[in-house]
Design a protein around this ligand. Structure first.
Ligand code: GDG
Length: 737
């Protein structure tokens, strides 16, 4: 196994230049800590931006910077101020961030930002391509690098690539407003594994993939022509021990050993033992709901005035993205709100809100967590929210109440917290009261569960689970159920073909010889296909059958004068040597009158679907419907039909975006076996793409060469990737070269 390459917008080290000297200090952020188990020793490389623009990097320090980064297993991507403005402050934080957090009103669709975003993503991809070797594992992080997976995959189809999104993935209705939505999805689909914090983000993503790209999705697998992509949720944890141990250590410090902030908090608690401290910590970002929280606090104090002078809200807002206008406005709004409320409500002994607009050292963060009776976190939308988890981890005596927004990803795992809707002030006011008056035993009981969970599913487990899943995904694609028709096998098959005395070929049509079309009538054969079929058909000692679920009128139109042998409607009709179709199986058709109205009612209720009436079967096509809706209706129809047909001799076939009702005694397998019995064949070949072809794969003898088109589970011995590969294979047979 090769090395691991991690890619994120920022490197996990801070470069500092002072007095012409250089230092590189490891960051303490969640991601950097989480990746420790993955990024260690000489087996891993982290690629990202160093934080210094090209303009800010003194030429004479370039080599030193590379050297300092190398010591931390890092390699830099050089970005100019213009690139940072367009890529980071522009597309990442003025388009993707607001859009993915459901702030459509703040979302800017600027072509200029998009162009720079693409170019910078290419820079990151090139940096990976320069360093990556064949068996390396590549893990790309977050919304700044959505296009990188595809850019790497394009050049290195065999690379193993994972992607993790740290922010929400919005619902289809929001995502589809993005002018470059297809490119973004395709960028992500360069990955082999795509991870999200929650199942909801995962299903939103899958829904967009189906609706916008029309790709097949089965459970959490996305099927491309030549590979399968796994999509899964991996809720990110924290470094539990780090926070818990820091809290233990800080509580053991005495007098002057304690930090300044801790001593001030201690004094405050001593002077007002009944006052409850409520803390909230976030980056200053509109998604975190800080302004709403302050308003809700005022609402609470007005609704329950008895708590005036008995509670205090500490707000730590960490400066963030100050170059983006929306953040500057938010800063002003919060400054004004805090000023107004403190101005209106303060007394000689009491200021309702303590507001810090800065970043504090880790030790002070611990002081705030451990000294606060309540943590109140009200994001309007948050991918995960690690602060909620950190607060719980620092509660060494298990007391403390966490009030958490339902809109945070972490709310899914933290059911024992008091969950609130941040837009509901009434509920928040009542919840604050509940938190203030919650008995210690209840606090401890709730936190015991939370702590156990956070301890178990920590950030290291998160990173390892993602990596294990990515490795499994890579292995999985190597040993797929059927064997891939690689060049060696293909050459072997060709040899057998050439030396065979009598050959029998069964070729399915749609999805095998030609691609799908929304209107089945438009999927007519092209010139290349006719030439290929002619070549096979005219070969000596070769019996070729087109075998399809199609109706005989269409196939007569397309192929009768070509004199190819044909079996249609899954085995009901047969035509040989250009003769008219004859019944191959005795079938009843009376049931069709009863089933037709049922299908018609489904057509009425499912826009885009239609019925294809064949002589002995009825097919309900739903390829042109909304994919989610179509699947739902197909399930419904399946239930209705199976209850209707009971023990009758008819059955329902679920094909590729089509449900077909037909006589049970008819299928492609039965038809193929009948043809096989007509002569002594020593080379039998069958190829097809959907599960109606599985009957052939099952029923033909073991010696037959059976080939599935696509990557779905199959009874066939081999698989090929798609229509172009099928044609290549048949060409090899037809030319004998
Ligand atoms: C994104 C997603 C997702 C905060 N103030 C200080 C400080 N912090 C640390 C906290 C915590 C981290 O910053 C903030 O993490 P969050 O998860 O709360 O939020 P985002 O920064 O928005 O992160 C988020 C996350 O990615 C991970 O996937 O959870 O949803 O938006 O670790 O402790 N640390 C120090 N001083 C501070 O003043 N030292």
């Amino acid at each position: 196994m090769g090395k691991t390459i991690i890619i994120s917008n920022r490197l996990p080290v801070q470069l500092q230049i002072s007095d012409g000297g250089l230092s590189a200090i490891p960051s303490v952020g969640g991601l950097a800590t989480g990746m420790k188990s993955v990024h260690h020793g000489g087996e891993s490389l982290w690629i990202g931006w160093s934080g210094l623009t090209k303009e800010d990097t003194p030429k004479e320090l370039e080599a030193d910077i590379d050297c300092a980064l190398k010591e931390h297993g890092c390699s830099k991507v050089v970005l100019s101020q213009k690139e940072i403005d367009g890529f980071y402050f522009g597309f990442s934080n003025r388009t993707i961030w607001p859009l993915f957090h459901y702030f459509l009103e703040y979302t800017e669709f600027e072509l200029g930002f998009w162009e720079i975003y693409k170019a910078v993503n290419q820079k990151f991809a090139d940096a990976i391509l320069e360093k990556a070797e064949a068996d390396d594992i590549i893990w790309v992080h977050d919304y700044q690098l959505l296009l990188v997976p595809q850019m790497v995959k394009e050049k290195r189809p065999n690379a193993t690539i994972g992607f993790f999104l740290h922010i929400p993935f919005p619902s289809y209705e929001i995502f589809r407003t993005l002018p470059w939505r297809e490119e973004v999805l395709e960028g992500l689909l360069g990955s082999d594994l795509i991870g999200f914090h929650t199942y909801d983000y995962e299903r939103h993503f899958l829904s967009s993939v189906r609706r916008l790209l029309g790709l097949d999705v089965s459970f959490n697998d996305v099927y491309l022509e030549n590979r399968v992509i796994k999509v899964d949720s991996f809720p990110m944890g924290i470094d539990y021990n780090k926070f818990h141990t820091a809290a233990l250590k800080s509580s053991a410090l005495k007098g002057k050993e304690r930090t300044d902030l801790q001593r001030k908090l201690d004094n405050h608690k001593k002077s007002a033992p009944d006052t409850k401290l409520i803390v909230s910590i976030d980056r200053l970002d509109y998604s975190k709901g800080i302004a709403k929280r302050i308003n809700a606090f005022e609402y609470f104090l007005n609704k329950y005035p008895e708590y005036k002078e008995r509670v205090r809200l500490i707000i730590l807002a960490v400066p963030s993205r100050a170059n983006v206008p929306q953040y500057q406005l938010l800063k002003r709004e919060i400054d004004e709100l805090v000023g107004r409320i403190n101005g209106e409500l303060s007394t000689v002994n009491w200021t309702p809100i303590w507001y810090f607009y800065r970043s504090l050292p880790f030790s002070n963060l611990i002081d705030l967590y451990t000294s606060s009776d309540i943590a109140w976190l009200t994001p309007l939308r948050d991918g995960m929210n690690l602060v909620a988890k950190e607060y719980i981890a620092t509660r060494i005596d298990k007391t403390g109440v966490l009030i958490l927004s339902e809109m945070a990803g972490s709310a899914y795992e933290m059911n024992e917290a008091l969950l609130i809707n941040p837009n509901n002030f009434e509920e928040q006011a009542d919840t604050l009261k509940k938190a203030i008056t919650m008995p210690k035993e209840e606090q401890m009981a709730r936190n015991m569960f939370l702590q156990n969970r956070l301890k178990r599913y920590n950030v290291e487990v998160w990173a390892n689970e993602f990596m294990d899943s990515l490795k499994r995904q890579r292995k999985g694609s190597d040993d797929f159920v059927s064997q891939k028709l690689n060049p060696t096998i293909l050459n072997g098959l060709q040899k057998d073909y050439v030396s065979a005395k009598k050959r029998l070929l069964f070729l399915d049509y749609d999805g095998t010889l030609t691609g799908f079309h929304k209107d089945p009538q438009k999927a007519s054969p092209d010139k290349e296909l006719y030439e290929l079929l002619d070549a096979l058909h005219h070969q000596e000692n070769t019996t070729l059958f087109l075998i399809s679920g199609r109706d005989k009128a269409t196939f007569s139109k397309w192929f009768l004068d070509k004199k190819y042998n044909m079996i249609v409607e899954h085995g009901v009709w047969i035509s040989k040597d250009g003769n008219d179709f004859k019944l191959l199986e005795k079938v009843k058709g009376e049931w069709m009158e009863k089933i037709m109205p049922v299908l018609e009612s489904f057509v009425d209720r499912t826009p885009g679907s239609f019925i294809e009436k064949k002589n002995y079967s009825l097919a309900w096509h739903y390829r042109s419907t909304d994919p989610d809706f179509g699947e739902k209706r197909a399930n419904e129809l399946n239930t209705v039909l199976t209850s209707l047909i009971g023990n009758d001799d008819i059955s329902v076939l679920n094909g590729n975006k089509v449900m077909e009702v037909k006589s049970s005694n008819v299928n492609k397998g039965r038809a193929a076996v009948r043809m096989l019995g007509e002569d002594n064949y020593d080379f039998v070949f069958a190829i097809g793409d959907d599960w109606t072809d599985e009957f052939m794969f099952q029923d033909l003898p073991q010696t037959a060469i059976t080939v599935k088109v696509g990557l779905k589970k199959t009874q066939a011995r081999y698989h090929v990737e798609g229509v172009p590969k099928v044609r290549e294979l048949l060409k090899k047979f037809s030319t004998g070269t």
